[in-house]
Each structure stands twice: as structure tokens, then as C-alpha cells.
Design a protein around this ligand. Structure first.
Ligand SMILES: Cc1cc2nc3c(=O)[nH]c(=O)nc-3n(C[C@H](O)[C@H](O)[C@H](O)COP(=O)(O)OP(=O)(O)OC[C@H]3O[C@@H](n4cnc5c(N)ncnc54)[C@H](O)[C@@H]3O)c2cc1C
Length: 374
């Protein structure tokens, strides 16, 4: 007997991609079976309250933010929100700097109060004229100049990706935020908030549907597949195809946690260490809680490491070679009309949570149109 008898769709993965697709399909009348290899829901967004009463995000800080109102409207059916204005700082040259770069960063550099106009003049003298930056280094140099590149970007990038910014594409750096005002926000999207009861609770509510069955601790392999149910896959494509075209390059992370009996324990919820230590940043999750316990905090240090079998794939490598390698796996998947691939792993792209949610809503709408009898 097939293990998915009576199932219309098998969804592999219970992160944002899998859970949102499962909920949409079940609500449209399909019977859905979700298989998750971990022993918990929520994928990378999983969180849990630790022994000190601090809700810690298991796989690193997850700052939900978006400009997409339809994503907020959809997720708000499953959670209320705790608004947070995310803030960060950077530790370099023995002191703390306002980060991302703003007028306050410039004042710290200049050692005196300054105006936006003075900062703009200084920036235009500093910027390295590069007409069409192709590398990450060129992009940053052409945006902020060498002094700020070396202070905040060069070291961080090479720790994060284990290669210098001169070997990474400009697309990696994206838009370098430089504010000539006193705007100290870490992120600029209009909606910035975390689920009030945590991400895990949001996923419990998403998947609480009579037509959804969830199996935790169940690693799906292609051999498990039987005819009859459409497959929605949100894991890595190289693993799905048993690495037959070679393993895709990923970066992974090692986390170190420390309980401290002072709170808050650092100046901002996130402090970056571009040039000191082997870790890239130190997070203090209590800043994201509506009512954190008094007098205690948990600090989390992020150490980027190369991916190896047995480690979690965290970040897709933003190089042209890696994308070309992925495209060969993608071609295999596209030849299979009963397979739908999405999410950060399946698409080998470092999406944010709102982007994955939007993608899942789109994919689910297309599947409903195809699979649901009218
Ligand atoms: C360190 C870090 C920090 C981040 N910070 C932010 C942030 O601040 N803000 C933001 O918006 N986004 C952030 N993100 C991105 C965010 O984590 C993703 O957008 C989101 O989790 C993607 O959801 P997903 O479902 O695509 O992938 P995942 O959450 O990875 O879910 C995929 C699931 O599939 C399961 N799976 C894989 N293979 C199999 C298999 N063969 N069988 C069964 N199950 C399988 C996995 O165990 C996993 O649970 C961050 C990501 C990382 C790595």
C-alpha cells in the first residue's frame, strides 16, 4: 500500500514555503501530507524559549519585515504581531559604531557634529569612480569609498563567504544602505514585527487543518515517491537527486550561546564584528520579546563555516559558478511535471521570509487552479 494513499499532494518541508503551500491547498479542498525531516516545524524560522525564559531563534535571528501588504494580511490570520524597530551597531577599531552607515556614523568618524551636507560632500570625495561595478568590492567602494569599506565591509564579507569581496558578484552586496540623515533603523521596510507568540506558534496555527497531516522526523527521498500525488519539494535539489551532479556549495553556521546575568547585555539587538573575532555578529534575542524576563539575557554568536555533510545548508553561494551548477539540477526538476520546487533551498536563493511567503502563495494559487476540479 502506498504511504500516501488518499493524499492529493505531498509537501516536503515545514518551513514558510511548505507550510504556506500546504495551508492554501488544504483550504482549497485538497488532502495534504507534510513530511519534515526535523523534529520541529518552522524550518529556519524555528524558535523556542530557553532555560532563562528568552525566546531564541534556533537558526539565527529572524527579523520579519516586508513591503508586501498581501503577505502581512495573509500571515496575520495566524498570528498577532509585536512591532520591533530592528537596530544594529558595528564594533571596529576598539569602539562601537552606528550601523548601517548614517550621519551618526560619519559624526563618529569625524569626531564632531556634522550636517547631512558635510557628509554628502565627504562621501562624494571618498567614492571610488567605477562606472559599472561587477564585484561586491567595486560596488561598495563606489558607494562609500575605501575608509568605510575597510571599516565595515571587507572583513565581514570575507568571514561570511570565506572569500574576498573582490571575488564575489556586485549583486551580493545589493543596495548598500547609506543614510545621510540620522535614520538609525537597520531595515527600511514599512512593516517590521515578529509574531507575538513566536514563529513556531505561527506554524502550528498554519498547519492546524483537518486536511493536513504532518509527519515530523521524516526525511523524504526520491525513492519514497509513488504515482498519484503531486510533489511539492522545499528542500535542496542536490539532495533530492542524491548529489548526482555533485553537491551544491553552501555556507553553514555554528552558533554559540551564552547566558548572562545583565540585561540588556549589549547596546543593540545585533552587534556586527567585521574585523575582530571569528564570529560575524552577536545577537541578543531578548530585544525581540514583548516582555522579556528581567536581569537575564542570552547572547548568540554566529560563526560562518563551510557546509559539509551533516551540517545544515544556511546560505546559497552567490557566485556565477554556483548558479550554473544549480541550473543543471533545476533542469532535471523542470522535466518532471508532477514536481513543484520552491523556497530558499529548492530555488538556491537567499530569500527573506516575506519573499518565500509571497512565492508560496503564488505557487499554491497555480496548483489550486491545476489540481482542484471546478
Ligand atoms: C541565519 C539566517 C538568518 C535569517 N534571517 C532572516 C531575517 O532576519 N529575515 C528574513 O525575512 N529572513 C531571514 N532568513 C531567511 C529565512 O530563514 C527564509 O526566508 C525562510 O526560512 C525560508 O523558508 P523555506 O521554507 O524556504 O526554507 P526552510 O525554512 O529551510 O524550510 C525547509 C524545510 O525543509 C526541510 N527539508 C529539507 N529537505 C527535506 C527532506 N528531504 N525531507 C523532509 N524535510 C526536508 C528542512 O528540514 C526545513 O525544515 C534568514 C536565514 C538564515 C539562514
Amino acid at each position: 500500500m502506498s504511504w500516501h494513499r488518499g493524499t492529493d499532494v505531498v509537501v516536503v518541508g515545514a518551513g514558510f514555503a511548505g507550510a504556506v503551500v500546504a495551508e492554501r491547498l488544504a483550504t482549497a479542498g485538497l488532502t495534504v501530507r507534510v513530511l519534515e525531516k526535523r523534529d520541529h516545524l518552522a524550518g529556519m524560522a524555528h524558535d523556542a524559549v530557553d532555560a532563562s525564559g528568552i525566546r531564541v531563534q534556533t537558526y539565527g535571528p529572524h527579523y520579519f519585515r516586508t513591503s508586501a501588504q498581501h503577505v502581512v494580511d495573509y500571515l496575520s490570520r495566524f498570528t498577532a504581531w509585536h512591532p520591533v524597530e530592528y537596530r544594529a551597531a558595528a564594533w571596529a577599531e576598539g569602539r562601537l559604531w552606528p550601523f548601517p552607515i548614517s550621519l551618526e556614523t560619519f559624526e563618529a568618524l569625524a569626531g564632531k557634529e556634522a550636517t547631512s551636507h558635510e557628509f554628502e560632500r565627504w562621501l562624494s570625495a571618498e567614492r571610488v569612480p567605477i562606472a559599472s561595478p561587477t564585484t561586491s568590492e567595486e560596488l561598495v567602494l563606489s558607494t562609500v569609498g575605501r575608509r568605510l569599506y575597510e571599516l565595515f565591509y571587507a572583513g565581514y564579507t570575507s568571514k561570511q563567504w570565506a572569500r574576498p569581496a573582490s571575488e564575489l558578484p556586485a549583486s551580493l552586496a545589493g543596495r548598500i544602505p547609506v543614510r545621510t540623515t540620522r535614520d538609525r533603523r537597520y531595515l527600511v521596510e514599512p512593516f517590521q514585527a515578529v509574531p507575538v507568540d513566536g514563529y513556531t506558534r505561527l506554524f502550528e496555527r498554519l498547519l492546524d487543518h483537518p486536511r493536513i497531516t504532518v509527519e515530523l522526523g521524516r526525511a523524504f527521498r526520491l525513492d519514497d515517491r509513488r504515482a498519484g500525488a503531486h510533489l511539492v519539494y522545499t528542500g535542496p535539489l542536490d539532495a533530492l537527486y542524491d548529489y548526482r551532479l555533485g553537491a551544491l556549495p553552501w555556507r553553514s553556521v555554528r552558533w554559540e550561546r551564552e547566558t548572562v546575568y545583565r540585561a540588556p547585555a549589549q547596546a543593540e539587538m545585533q552587534v556586527n564584528y567585521p574585523n575582530d573575532h571569528a564570529y560575524t555578529r552577536v545577537l541578543e534575542p531578548r530585544w525581540l520579546m514583548p516582555s522579556p524576563p528581567a536581569g537575564v539575557s542570552t547572547l548568540v554568536r554566529e560563526y560562518p563555516v563551510d557546509w559539509a555533510p551533516g551540517l545544515e545548508p544556511y546560505y546559497a553561494l552567490p557566485t556565477l559558478e554556483a548558479r550554473a551548477h544549480y541550473a543543471r539540477y533545476r533542469a532535471l526538476a523542470e522535466a518532471d511535471s508532477e514536481l513543484t520546487v520552491l523556497g530558499r533551498l529548492g530555488r538556491y536563493t537567499n530569500y527573506n521570509m516575506d519573499q518565500v511567503t509571497a512565492q508560496a502563495l503564488e505557487v499554491a494559487a497555480a496548483l489550486v487552479a491545476r489540481l482542484c476540479p471546478r
